[in-house]
Design a protein around this ligand. Structure first.
Ligand SMILES: NC(=O)c1ccc[n+]([C@@H]2O[C@H](COP(=O)([O-])OP(=O)(O)OC[C@H]3O[C@@H](n4cnc5c(N)ncnc54)[C@H](O)[C@@H]3O)[C@@H](O)[C@H]2O)c1
Length: 447
């Protein structure tokens, strides 16, 4: 089979590479010439564990190609994936201009039956718009080429994208013809050998499934953050509450970790877009509005703790920050809570020294030289008044606290990810602030 993947960002590059890995002939296309030139030289636009080796292997085998020419790459393709960005517009709705531009380009150039698949996260009704763009472009050049549209939302997690793609929990595909279903079933067959389900449905339901999935996950996070804040007020320990409720199979342990709010390129924009889709259609997503409200407030929780600890005066203070990316194992800085915290610290006259294992080059695009960047996690601590743990990279989990205490000016840690044990921190002389547990929390036995 031959496929074209249009948009070689996070999703497009992982998708194209994983299809090549199972023997499919893939061309990844992007309008960004530099990105394509870099890929030809083995330089990837993103950090994703294992991806670099996999790209190199498949380029070498000749199955994975990169191009800026949609016109050349679409010819002879059985399937064309649209995997370009769908950023939020001014009003929060998904901006479809990139998706529809690609659809036009496909219509202008396709020369055989192709299934045109939206892999980008797009609102219900987008596949119909894609179909219309292609029909218009075909009509304009007087061509009669058969095609189908389909929706195949992507559920990969940054940081575990390859595993998620190769061993998916499920594959969701919206189709409107048996022919398209047959092509998509054949394409995904190599990923289904271990019994992973492929779920076919109508196109609007597939489009909605992606938004419903991300919104449900965002809801779990905001709900738990709300509970955490209340635990703190009431003297309960959210870590224990989390274990208590997570053991209930109906609830489960995943996505109930309190923290400093969700970020990244998907949850914030997808929650916004679904709220907007609903309101445009006369319906109010009351739960999601609250989810968003809680998340915005949660991004400030750690900063508020810092401010309170230092008696509202942060002028001239220096803060070490561990972790900049919105979550571990990625260099993605889009909507990262670190950006909100850093902006607030700087606005109060504080300085920041930050360390992240991979995201510093990406962070520099946004933060420039407003902060200093440390070479390692310990350098960031030198003469800092406190440490803020913002992203839970594995290497931050068990540092030498003896060294941490020695390098910091004051033994104070603000942990936005609850990765340390409050009683242990107390024992070794740290003032430890985390989420959902009072800093002076006492175990019941001590009452
Ligand atoms: N990043 C994720 O974890 C993730 C997961 C699931 C779904 N999604 C969805 O997938 C879509 C893509 O997300 P992403 O994170 O990969 O975006 P991205 O910004 O990393 O990549 C998009 C790419 O599309 C390219 N592009 C734009 N217009 C183009 C055109 N006309 N022709 C060719 N290339 C073009 C851009 O240059 C860019 O390289 C979004 O809708 C997103 O919501 C993302």
């Amino acid at each position: 089979m031959k496929i074209a993947v249009v948009g070689t960002g996070y999703v497009g590059l992982v998708t194209g590479t994983c299809f090549a890995e199972v023997g499919i002939d893939v061309t990844c296309i992007d309008i960004d010439q530099k990105k394509i030139d870099n890929l030809h030289n083995g330089i990837l636009p993103i950090y994703e564990p294992g991806l670099e080796e996999m790209v190199a292997r498949n380029v070498k085998s000749g199955r994975l190609n990169f191009s800026t020419s949609l016109a050349e790459s679409i010819k002879g393709a059985d399937v064309a994936f649209i995997a370009v960005g769908t950023p939020p517009g001014e009003d929060g709705s998904a901006d479809l201009k990139y998706v529809l531009a690609v659809a036009r380009g496909i219509g202008e150039n396709m020369d055989n039956y192709t299934v045109v698949v939206t892999k980008s996260t797009v609102p219900v009704g987008t596949a119909a718009k894609v179909r219309f763009e292609i029909e218009q472009a075909l009509a304009k050049r007087g061509a009669s080429v058969e095609f189908d549209v389909a929706s195949n939302p992507e559920f990969l997690k940054e940081g575990a994208a390859i595993d998620d793609f190769l061993k998916p929990d499920r594959i969701v595909v919206g189709v409107s013809s048996e022919r398209a279903e047959e092509v998509m079933r054949r394409l995904y067959k190599p990923f289904l050998l271990n019994g992973h389900p492929i779920i076919f449905m109508d196109i609007p339901s597939a489009e909605m499934t992606k938004y419903a999935a991300n919104s449900m996950l965002a809801t779990k996070i905001s709900f738990m953050n709300d509970i955490a804040n209340l635990c703190e007020i009431m003297g309960a320990d959210v870590n224990k509450v989390r274990q208590g409720i997570g053991s209930d199979a109906r609830i489960g342990h995943k996505f109930i970790y309190p923290g400093i709010g969700y970020g990244g390129s998907c949850f914030p924009k997808d929650v916004k877009a679904l709220i907007k889709t609903a309101s445009e259609n006369g319906y109010q997503m009351q739960v999601l509005q609250a989810v968003e409200g809680v998340n915005e407030a949660q991004k400030e929780v750690l900063f508020n703790k810092v401010k309170k600890h230092f008696g509202n005066d942060l002028k001239g203070k220096k803060f070490a920050i561990w972790g900049l990316s919105f979550k571990p194992k990625t260099d993605d800085m889009r909507e990262a809570p670190s950006l909100v915290i850093i902006e607030k610290l700087l606005a109060e006259g504080a300085t920041v020294s930050a360390y992240d294992p991979v995201a510093i080059p990406e962070a520099k695009h946004t933060l420039g030289d407003t902060i200093t960047y440390a070479k390692d996690q310990f350098e960031a601590l030198v003469d800092a008044d406190a440490l803020l743990v913002v992203t839970e990279w594995p290497e931050f989990r068990s540092p030498s606290f003896e060294v941490v205490g020695r390098l910091l000016k004051q033994k104070v840690i603000f942990d936005g990810r609850n990765i340390y044990d409050p009683s242990e921190m107390k024992e070794i002389g740290f003032t430890y602030h985390c989420i959902g547990i009072k800093a002076d929390h006492k175990e019941p036995a001590a009452y």
